[in-house]
Design a protein around this ligand. Structure first.
Ligand code: PXG
Length: 294
C-alpha cells in the first residue's frame, strides 16, 4: 500500500512526495527532524516532541510558518490518512529551496514533510537477551560546535560511529565526548544501575536530552527508584550492575555487553537485570495508557 505523506500543507502519495535538489536540507543538511511513536491509537509525548522541534528550529534560526498546535494537528492528520493505529512518525523541516551557497537567507520558506510508517530498530530477541555494544572512535561533537540538543539533518558523526559498531559485529555503538566521558549511543541515551540507583550522564556531557530519557526519570520517581545524573567513564559501565539504552525508536533495551565485558554480577552477568526489566515493563504499560488520541 502506498503511504500518504504530508508535504507542505498537502497529503500526497509517496511517489509524489518530492523535494527539490536545491533544498538546503539536502544540499547542506540544513534542517531538523523528530522521531515520534504512536501506540494503540495514541501518540506518545506528541507535544514534547513538537516543542523540541521548535527549539531546534529556534537554535538554527529556521522561522517556522506553523504553530506548535498546527504541527501537532498535521501529525495526527498524517496518521489518520494512513489508517494506522501503531507506528512511527518522522517529521522533517528543511531550510527550504534556495540557490547554491551556504547562506540560509537564500531560502525564503522552510519546507516540512511528515511520514507515518513502521519502525523496527532491533529484532525482538535483543529486548529479551540484551544488546552487545562497542565503544566507537568517533566522538560526540562538543557543545562548543553544534549543540547535541539540535536534532539536525546532519547525523554524520552518529552514522560514522554506527558503521564502526556494525563493522565490529555490534548492533549499537557507544560514543564518548572529547574528554573521554560517556555521552550516549548513536541514537539512544545510556543508563547504568549501581548500588540499586539508576545513573545517566548529564546532557552537558554531550547527549541529546531524550524524551524517553525523561520518561525514565518519571518512571523511577513513580516506582521509588533513585535516579541521578553523573559523568560516567567506560569503567563505570563495565562494572555496573545493569545497563540499558533508551530512545523513541529503541524504546528501553538492555545493554548486556560492552567491549567484550559482560555487564552485571553473579547470575545476571551478561543478562538483563531486574531494574531494567521493571522499567521496561513500566515503559510498555505507560506508552499504552497515555498519549494524544488519533
Ligand atoms: N540520542 C540521539 C543522538 C538520538 O538521535 C536519542 C538520543 C533518544 O532521544 P528520544 O527523544 O527519542 O528519547 C536520539 C533519538 C532513528 C531514530 O530513525 C533515532 C532517534 C529517534 C527516532 C528514530 O534511528 N534518536
Amino acid at each position: 500500500m502506498s503511504r500518504k505523506i504530508w508535504l507542505d500543507g498537502n497529503i500526497v502519495e509517496e511517489a509524489d512526495a518530492k523535494i527539490s535538489v536545491f533544498d538546503h536540507g539536502l544540499l547542506y543538511g540544513d534542517g531538523i527532524f523528530e522521531g515520534i511513536r504512536f501506540y494503540e491509537n495514541r501518540v506518545f509525548r506528541l507535544r514534547e516532541h513538537i516543542e523540541r522541534l521548535f527549539l531546534s528550529a529556534k537554535a538554527l534560526l529556521i522561522k517556522m510558518p506553523w504553530s506548535i498546535d498546527e504541527v501537532m494537528a498535521y501529525t495526527l492528520d498524517t496518521i489518520r490518512a494512513n489508517g494506522l493505529t501503531e507506528g512511527y512518525i518522522r517529521l522533517v523541516v528543511t531550510r527550504g529551496v534556495g540557490d547554491l551557497g551556504l547562506n540560509p537567507y537564500l531560502c525564503p520558506t522552510p519546507s516540512m514533510f511528515i511520514i507515518a510508517s513502521g519502525i523496527k530498530l532491533y529484532p525482538t530477541e535483543y529486548y529479551t537477551n540484551g544488546l552487545e555494544v562497542v565503544t566507537c572512535g568517533t566522538r560526540r561533537p562538543t557543545p562548543a560546535s553544534l549543540s547535541p540538543q539540535v536534532k539536525s539533518l546532519n547525523y554524520l558523526n552518529n552514522i560514522m560511529a554506527k558503521i564502526e559498531a556494525l563493522k565490529a559485529g555490534a548492533m549499537e555503538g557507544l560514543m564518548l565526548n572529547e574528554q573521554g566521558y560517556v555521552a550516549e549511543c548513536t541514537g539512544d541515551n545510556v543508563f547504568i544501575v549501581k548500588k540499586g540507583q539508576v545513573i545517566t550522564p548529564p546532557v552537558s556531557d554531550g547527549s541529546l536530552d531524550g524524551i524517553t530519557r525523561q520518561v525514565i526519570f518519571d518512571l523511577c520517581e513513580k516506582s521509588g527508584i533513585t535516579i541521578r545524573e553523573a559523568s560516567l567513564t567506560r569503567y563505570d559501565l563495565y562494572t555496573a550492575e545493569e545497563s540499558f539504552l533508551t530512545g523513541t525508536a529503541a524504546e528501553v533495551i538492555p545493554m548486556v555487553k560492552l567491549d567484550e565485558r559482560e555487564i552485571g554480577h553473579g547470575e545476571s552477568e551478561g543478562r538483563p537485570g531486574p531494574i531494567t526489566l521493571k522499567l521496561t515493563e513500566a515503559f510498555r504499560a505507560l506508552v499504552r495508557s497515555e498519549g494524544e488520541p488519533i
